[in-house]
Design a protein around this ligand. Sequence first.
Ligand SMILES: Nc1ncnc2c1ncn2[C@@H]1O[C@H](COP(=O)(O)OP(=O)(O)OP(=O)(O)O)[C@@H](O)[C@H]1O
Length: 274
Amino acid sequence: MSTLLSVRNLSMRFGGLTAIDDLSLEVPAGSITGIIGPNGAGKTTLFNCLTGFYKPTFGSLVLAHPTRGDLRLEALPSHRVARDAQVVRTFQNIRLFPKMTVLENLIVAQHNVLQRASKFSVAGLLALPGYRKAERDAVERAATWLERLQLTQYADHAAGALPYGIQRRIEIARALCVDPVLLCLDEPAAGLNPRESAELNALLTYLCGELGIAILLIEHDMSVVMNVSDHICVINYGRKIAEGTPAAVQNDPHVIKAYLGEDEEAGVMEESTS
Ligand SMILES: Nc1ncnc2c1ncn2[C@@H]1O[C@H](COP(=O)(O)OP(=O)(O)OP(=O)(O)O)[C@@H](O)[C@H]1O
């Protein structure tokens, strides 16, 4: 499988603290790559570097974009990471606009396209034909993703009033409206009950398996990450300590030590995956 993203010798320092320490990893196209590690390991910092929220202290992030060639993500401002590189993310804490409807949340996500259609002029205010077409397309795209993610019934509901599991799904639908080449999900299972986690597994498998969208997944819920990931990279103190298939990493002594400390028996992580 070809490489979609190459993280090369990435470091991110905050004053005296090294959150990411010479990290290199590859994300294959058309697959789900899990990123796991104990609290404070540097997982979200990796996403922040990838999506332009942080400028790395050192290193590069190269995306092999299917039509635009190699893009250096660390050199792009965050709005261009989403718009040009089509690398989009969700956040650990849900960041929907709670008072807007679900449909409106998905339309707002397409503001880049709508802004371009307005030609940054009064074309939008005057509702000129080009802008009206872009608006119709945005609504259609939103409706398509709502249907695919079985959210159509919630389209006119205020997003903030919906159950947590539905809100997480809406966040993913919103990210999908940008047609991601790489979808970065930061703890999408946080706060979900076991049934909702199982539904999330099915959704991620569908997005990657059926639609071919590459996914980078930060997740503490082992029942999700071990079941859906093709490949897992484990980091601790900003360094990669193991990588491989789910079966390989959950039996890796470095991983068990990082999660459980020196004296614990191997195999405990397996229990949480059943
Ligand atoms: N903007 C920042 N300024 C200072 N320190 C930061 C900043 N962002 C992250 N850190 C520090 O970098 C380290 C890694 O944090 P990060 O949030 O990436 O960990 P994580 O693996 O995502 O943890 P968790 O699983 O708890 O979400 C932590 O020590 C954190 O306090």
